[in-house]
Design a binder for this molecule. Structure first.
Ligand code: ZN
Length: 184
């Protein structure tokens, strides 16, 4: 679901009006009738990693979610990018927060538009420097899976499933590209 628009002005707290701004904008925005501030609501970036282990990257680290949505389902470490960080920094931070995993960051691997929820998901490949993890409170369990062990029916998000499928497909060919997908 898309985020609900702001109800009160972020600057002065007045109840906003949903209307076309005066500047020729073609979309309705939450406009403050008191101070005139226009609240733009734009897509958010979700950033994460595909942390791999083993001589040929045959193991992938997944985290069992300890929070809603999809509590108890498995995911790659990922989360919302914060202001002031780059996409790769955000992906590394999420990997540390959710899995407590030490990694060496690799290249961008998937870029997925999810317009239904107003998000762009970006995953980087990453090499694990250790197979010891220290998951944070958002994670029940962090463990390594081979392709055959991946709980495909218990994957939390479509973007994670797509990213894992591309990872194992590329691993078989030995050539890792950047995959751009629209999840509609
Ligand atoms: Zn205002």
């Amino acid at each position: 679901m898309l985020r609900t628009p702001a109800r009160f002005c972020r600057h002065c707290g007045t109840a906003v009006e949903l209307r076309l701004p005066d500047d020729g904008d073609t979309r309705q925005r939450a406009v403050c009738p008191a101070c005139g501030l226009v609240h733009y609501d734009n897509p958010l970036n979700v950033v994460g990693t595909v942390p791999v282990w083993g001589e040929t990257g045959e193991f992938v680290l997944l985290c069992k979610r300890n929070i809603e949505p999809r509590l108890g389902k498995w995911t790659l470490p990922a989360g919302f990018m914060e202001l002031g960080e780059t996409t790769a920094e955000g992906a590394a931070r999420e990997t540390d927060e959710e899995a407590g995993a030490e990694i060496e960051m690799g290249d961008l691997f998937t870029l997925m538009n999810v317009p239904r929820v107003g998000q762009v998901h970006l995953y980087y490949r990453a090499r694990l420097l250790s197979d010891r993890f220290n998951p944070g409170h958002e994670t029940q369990e962090a463990r390594l899976f081979t392709e055959a062990e991946i709980p495909w029916d218990e994957i939390a998000f479509r973007t994670v499933k797509e990213t894992l499928e591309h990872y194992f497909a590329d691993r078989r060919t030995g050539r890792f590209g950047i995959h751009t997908l629209d999840i509609t």
